[in-house]
Write a protein that binds this ligand. Structure first.
Ligand code: SF4
Length: 449
C-alpha cells in the first residue's frame, strides 16, 4: 500500500482541502502517514496570502524536494494558493515537483498522485482564466486532521470583496456557497462520528447562501445545525462587518449550541485607512456595530484582526485605531503588519509605511490588548465554566487543557487545568466544569469540579 504524507499550511479552509485530498487518496488505497520521511508520495498544500506565509510554503516545498532527491519519497505534489500565484515560477525553479494542482483542481489529486501519469502532459488550469467551480460536498471523502471531537466545515469558497491588500479572490475565485442540505448532511455525519464542535469556515461566512438566493442564509444554517443532537457547539469563523444581521445575532443569542463567539476581522478603524483598504466605515460605525452585537448577544466574545502599516496610514490614523481598541475592549485580537502583495490594488498605492514603523505600531497595539485581555480574564476568577476537554497541555505534561465556547482552537487562549477530583480522568472531547482559580494574559487556569 502506497503511503502519502501531507504538509498542510495556511488557514483552516486550506486544511479542509488537505483533508479532502487525503480522503480521496485513501479511497484509492493510499495509506495516510503523519511522518513525511516514510511517505512514498508527498503533498505540500501551500498558502499564498502574505510574505511570511509564502516564505513558509517555499521552504516546505524545498524541504520536500530534498527528501525526494535523497530518495525518501518518489513523488512530490504541490497544491494550494501559492500554486495559483506562482505556478510558472515554481515549475521553473523547483523541477523536483512532479505536479502542481490549483485550488480548483482538488479532485485531480488522485490523477497526479499516480506515478504512471506523466503530469507534464496534463493541462495547466490556472484559476485566472476559468470560472472557479470547485466545492466539495457531503459525499466527498475526508480524513480529519483535527482532533476527533472538533471539525471544520467549509460552507463556501472564494470571495468577491475588493479589500485592497488581499490576493485571496485571485487565488480562490468568486464567492460560491455550498448547498444548505449538503452542509447539514456533512455536519450530521461528522456528529455521528463523534465530532462535538462544528466550526463553519469560508473566506466570507456572512454572505453564505446569498448566491443561492437565500436571505440570511448563515442565520438559517446556524439555527439548523444547532438542532443536531450529537453536536454540542457550532462556531462561525470569518464574518464580515457589513453583513452581521440581527437574524444571525438572534440565533447566537437563542440557540445554546451556537457558541457566543463572533470572529469578525475589521482590519482598521480609521475612516481614511478603511477607505484606502476599500472596506468602508469608520470608528463610529464600528463602535455602533459592536454595541449592537453585545446588546443582542449578552456575554458574547468578539474576536477581530487588524493590519498596521497599510499604505497611507498616518500616526493619527494609528492613534485612532489604538483608541478604538482601548474603548471597545475586544476579547481576542490578532494584529498583522501590512504585507506588500504585488497584484493587489494596495501594491500600487503611494505613501508606503516603513516596515519598522508598522512593526512598532503592531507591538503597541498588542501590548494594549494584552492589558485588556488580562483584565477581562481576571473577571473570570472564581467562576465555573463549561470546558471542552482536550487532554495534556501543549505547554507542559503537568497540566491538562481545554477550551471554553469563547476560545477557538489554535488562535485563542485556552483553559489550563491543574487539578481534578480523585480518580476523574476525562477523555478528549468530554465536557467538564472548571472553577477558574487564576487569570493569565491570554489563558485561564482552574480545576475540574
Ligand atoms: S473579505 Fe477581504 S480580506 Fe477576506 S478574503 Fe475577501 S477580499 Fe480577502
Amino acid at each position: 500500500m502506497k503511503k502519502v504524507g501531507f504538509i498542510s499550511l495556511g488557514c483552516p479552509k486550506n486544511l479542509v482541502d488537505s483533508e479532502v485530498m487525503m480522503g480521496q487518496l485513501k479511497l484509492k488505497g493510499y495509506e495516510v502517514t503523519n511522518d513525511a520521511s516514510e511517505a512514498d508520495t508527498l503533498v505540500v498544500n501551500t498558502c499564498g496570502f502574505i510574505e511570511a506565509a509564502k516564505k513558509e510554503s517555499v521552504e516546505a516545498i524545498l524541504e520536500a524536494a530534498r527528501l525526494k532527491s535523497e530518495g525518501s519519497c518518489s513523488r512530490l505534489i504541490v497544491a494550494g494558493c501559492l500554486v495559483e500565484r506562482y505556478r510558472d515560477e515554481l515549475r521553473a525553479e523547483i523541477p523536483e515537483v512532479d505536479a502542481f494542482i490549483g485550488t480548483n483542481q482538488i479532485n485531480d489529486i488522485t490523477i497526479v498522485a499516480d506515478a504512471r501519469v506523466n503530469t507534464r502532459s496534463l493541462p495547466i488550469l490556472p484559476l485566472g482564466n476559468q470560472t472557479a467551480t470547485y466545492l466539495y460536498d457531503e459525499s466527498t471523502p475526508r480524513v480529519l486532521a483535527t482532533p476527533g471531537y472538533s471539525a471544520y466545515v467549509k460552507i463556501a469558497e472564494g470571495c468577491d470583496r475588493p479589500c485592497a491588500f488581499c490576493f485571496i479572490p485571485q487565488m480562490r475565485g468568486h464567492f460560491r456557497s455550498r448547498r444548505f442540505g449538503s452542509v447539514v448532511s456533512e455536519a450530521q455525519a461528522l456528529a455521528e462520528k463523534g465530532v462535538k464542535e462544528i466550526i463553519l469556515v469560508a473566506q466570507d461566512s456572512s454572505r453564505y447562501g446569498e448566491d443561492l438566493g437565500q436571505q440570511d442564509g448563515l442565520a438559517h444554517l446556524l439555527r439548523e445545525l444547532s438542532q443536531l443532537d450529537a453536536v454540542e457547539w457550532v462556531r462561525v469563523m470569518y464574518t464580515y462587518p457589513t453583513h452581521i444581521s440581527d437574524g444571525f445575532l438572534d440565533v447566537l443569542a437563542e440557540e445554546p449550541k451556537a457558541v457566543k463567539y463572533l470572529d469578525m476581522p475589521l482590519q482598521h478603524a480609521s475612516r481614511n485607512v478603511l477607505k484606502l483598504m476599500k472596506r468602508g466605515g469608520d470608528r463610529a460605525s464600528l463602535e455602533r456595530l459592536i454595541a449592537r452585537v453585545r446588546r443582542r448577544v449578552p456575554g458574547i466574545a468578539v474576536r477581530t484582526t487588524f493590519i498596521t502599516g497599510f499604505p497611507g496610514e498616518t500616526e493619527e490614523d494609528f492613534e485612532e485605531l489604538l483608541a478604538f481598541v482601548r474603548a471597545v475592549e475586544f476579547d481576542r485580537v490578532g494584529v498583522f503588519t501590512y504585507s506588500d502583495e504585488e497584484g493587489t490594488p494596495a501594491f500600487d498605492l503611494a505613501a508606503k509605511v516603513d516596515p519598522k514603523v508598522a512593526a512598532r505600531r503592531r507591538t503597541r497595539l498588542m501590548k494594549e490588548q494584552s492589558r485588556i485581555s488580562l483584565k477581562k480574564n481576571r473577571t473570570r476568577v472564581g467562576s465555573t465554566l463549561r470546558v471542552l476537554f482536550e487532554g495534556p497541555s501543549k505547554e507542559t505534561d503537568l497540566l491538562w487543557q481545554g477550551r471554553t465556547e469563547t476560545q477557538a482552537p489554535d488562535i485563542d487562549g485556552c483553559v489550563l487545568i491543574n487539578d481534578a477530583p480523585e480518580g476523574l480522568r476525562p477523555e478528549p472531547g468530554d465536557f467538564v466544569n472548571v472553577r477558574i482559580t487564576e487569570a493569565q494574559q491570554y489563558d485561564l487556569v482552574g480545576e475540574i469540579v
